[in-house]
Design a protein around this ligand. Structure first.
Ligand code: CO
Length: 219
């Protein structure tokens, strides 16, 4: 039986290296976690939150699922958001998509892959909502990239519209929701400039963000 010995060896070497730099590192972390960030990203193995942002264990609370989708009735994602906001008191929620997302591509093409189709239906809804914009793009690659970006913008809105965030904002809690996208080709993060720190003009600012994408498309 394959026992994945290599992974345990890697782990021991990693823990030893951390202790060498800071002998009390794990003791300190074991007592409390106080991350400033909640990361909502794709499960894609090429987009590990800690590594691409240079954050250490204890610094980012993470939720990942296929195509970084925030569904209003997903108890798992909602619980992560509620715990992050109400208990951990994170200052920033980052929804991070990525170019080359297989889930988004399947949604764009309407692929039949099995159970996952039901989950990706949420991304197909976004495709259909923005089809007037997407259909103006000449290549499927452009449509794919654009849908990856639109998906981030829509999921940012979903986070902002959860009862958890609306309640936090109405209490005056300092929390900002951001939309970023990561390039698996170059390893770089791009800010999509859809950041919300309150509900003020939220619909107008959402439309501006989508409009900005349409302008890029028109070029
Ligand atoms: Co993905």
């Amino acid at each position: 039986m394959q026992n994945l010995r290599e992974l345990f060896e890697n782990n021991r070497a990693w823990a030893a290296k951390i202790i060498e730099q800071d002998p009390a590192f794990f003791q300190k972390l074991a007592k409390i976690q106080r991350p400033d960030y909640l990361w909502i990203g794709c499960s894609d193995s090429r987009v590990p939150a800690n590594q691409i942002t240079g954050l250490q264990p204890g610094e980012v609370f993470v939720h990942r699922n296929v195509a970084n989708v925030v569904v209003h009735t997903d108890l798992n994602c909602l619980s992560v958001i509620q715990y992050a906001v109400d208990v951990l008191n994170v200052k920033h929620i980052i929804v991070c998509g990525h170019y080359g997302c297989g889930g988004v591509k399947s949604a764009l093409q309407g692929d039949r892959l099995g159970l996952i189709d039901n989950w990706l239906r949420h991304v197909e809804d976004i495709r259909d909502k923005h089809w007037p914009l997407l259909s103006r793009l000449k290549t499927q690659r452009q449509q794919w990239d654009n849908l990856c970006e639109l998906n981030v913008i829509e999921q940012v809105m979903h986070v902002c519209r959860t009862s958890v965030i609306r309640d936090a904002w109405s209490r005056g809690q300092n929390i900002t929701v951001h939309g970023w996208i990561y390039g698996v080709n170059d390893g770089l993060l791009k800010n999509l400039h859809v950041s919300f720190e309150d509900e003020k003009d939220i619909d107008m600012r959402y439309r501006d963000a989508v409009e900005k994408l349409s302008i890029t498309v028109a070029r």
